[in-house]
Design a protein around this ligand. Structure first.
Ligand code: PGA
Length: 239
């Protein structure tokens, strides 16, 4: 695992955007795995800036998002579908974008179809991840086992609390999600994990130096051959 510590959030975001730009230069028809949450916002802003400046072209690229609340309407301004349109997809020219369908009638069918679609596109070339304070990646919450495939899963209490900041009230946070599984994520050829702020320092330390355990889902990344953690000074201060 490589850890790049950047001096602040702006530099972290620029570094992540540069890696995405380099990936596109190397393979214009790349398949990207994308994340939502507070942390990747700056990266997406930088990508939009690059796109407007003619520095990147996603016209042959595909995006698969990590996760979505379940159930949720696409039109809900809290859906990850809505987040991605507003913060990225409305502004750049991806050929194709996919997000697990929070409106699917049957979650298991949707999840199986999602992994099949990723495989049919040749797998993910570059996966962007955030990390929860509890070590979750996607909505793979701490538990007794790693779940390989995309699946329907309850959210951890700590995640519900952490995400309440995006809702009027904690009672409005959906209790379930559809998420790429640990196997889906680990099959990506390259992974970058973004972490910002002192609140992530402890979990980054555990992810990089701790035991590999499903109680810290991100720790499994120690087994992947091409992972770069991009942290700002605060999030990287214990590694
Ligand atoms: P955050 O969320 O970027 O809003 O901190 C990260 C996550 O929960 O994966």
């Amino acid at each position: 695992m490589k850890v790049l510590v950047q001096k602040n959030y702006e530099e972290l975001s620029k570094k992540a955007a540069e890696i995405i730009k380099a990936q596109l230069a190397e393979k214009p028809d790349s398949v990207f795995g994308l994340a939502t949450g507070g942390t990747p916002g700056g990266t997406y802003e930088e990508i939009i800036r690059m796109y407007k400046a003619g520095e990147v072209d996603f016209s042959r690229a595909t995006a698969f998002n990590l996760d979505e609340y379940y159930p949720i309407k696409k039109t809900s301004d809290q859906s990850y579908y809505y987040f991605m349109q507003k913060n990225l997809f409305d502004h750049v020219n991806f050929a194709k974008t996919f997000i697990p369908n929070g409106e699917a009638a049957d979650a298991a069918t949707e999840c199986a179809a999602y992994d099949e679609k990723i495989a049919a596109h040749g797998g993910i070339d570059l996966q962007i991840l955030g990390i929860g304070g509890n070590g979750h990646i996607g909505f793979n919450e701490p538990g007794d086992e790693f779940i390989a495939a995309t699946h329907h899963t309850p959210l951890d209490e700590s995640t519900i609390k952490a995400n309440a900041r995006f809702f009027a009230d904690v009672s409005e946070v959906p209790r379930h999600s559809l998420t790429m599984g640990i196997g889906t994520i680990m099959q990506a050829k390259k992974i970058i994990l973004l972490a910002s702020g002192a609140g992530k320092a402890d979990i980054i330390q555990k992810t990089v130096r701790g035991a590999i355990t499903p109680q810290v889902p991100a720790s499994v990344l120690q087994l992947h051959p091409n992972v770069t953690i991009i942290a700002d000074t605060e999030a990287g201060k214990l590694v």
